[in-house]
Design a protein around this ligand. Sequence first.
Ligand code: C2E
Ligand code: MG
Ligand code: MG
Ligand code: MG
Length: 291
Amino acid sequence: AELLADHRHAPARPAQHAGVMVANKYSETELSRAIEHGQMILHYQPQVRMADGEPSGMECLVRWRHPEEGLVYPERFVSLVEDYGLIDALTDRVILLATEQLRSWRQQGIKLPLAINLSMDTLQNPTVVERLQELVEASGLTASDIVWEVTESRIMRDLTATLTALSRLHLKKFAISIDDFGVGHSSLAQLRDLPFAELKIDRSFVHGAYADQVHGAIVEASARMAASLGMICVAEGVESPEDWAFVRKAGCTHAQGWAIARPLPSAAISSWLERWPVDFQALNHAARTRA
Ligand code: C2E
Ligand code: MG
Ligand code: MG
Ligand code: MG
């Protein structure tokens, strides 16, 4: 159970000194050391095809194993890492860990592609495409093993550079997923111009959409648009049988979320794969009886 737990909802540790609750600001030195010294680790969250439950991939999600604070989640440090200009170092580290893990899974016969998060900031670097390709190839993997999930976390300084990098990644046969669809600055115009393979609807729209007319309409419209553009549509944040039933009916082809699996340490993935077919039946059954 310890292995499977996502501790985010455990009682929060006071951010800093007793009394004054300040936003926890980590220093540049602290973060750069953490990246250098191997304190960043990955958890993996399965994605499945809704029609038959077939596992379709895994997303790797970074966590900081902080020497005093325990596991720190990316919402507390990724944008700081961007502010400090350390995002390339973090991305390289994540790719290294992810590709090593994927290679070891391949040896065990687990063939799922891996989704890696990229902040758009990274894509403004003129040498980024070569670097990403090198990192993947150095690990003995190919473009078809990887899906890049891109999120627009801030207004982009150089839209052209970013769009060029995305097109070039596509030419190199990498799949690109537009992450957090509906909440970023990603516009419909970019969807039209770019060869995205996948659209991921942000979990803030997905969870509870069955009981919220506006969110429900957004999920349905996004799924329809993805389908007519020939894109895979992943619903993230599927937490309950009700969510599962709703996004399936709305036309999402794939799903990710706690109802399927929490983000898991790599060691827990093979037992999830064994258990999932049974859980899938149970989830479908619960969705039919409750929806
Ligand atoms: P994201 O890429 O949209 O990832 C999905 C987030 O939703 C993850 O949070 C995941 O744990 C959480 N999640 C998944 N299923 C459910 C669910 O059913 N319910 C709820 N409430 N949450 C769910 P996490 O791991 O905290 O990551 C947050 C964000 O941090 C990610 O959002 C991504 O934008 C960023 N991130 C994570 N890893 C990396 C990384 O290696 N590099 C970069 N640049 N960003 C990363
Ligand atoms: Mg993502
Ligand atoms: Mg997302
Ligand atoms: Mg999200």
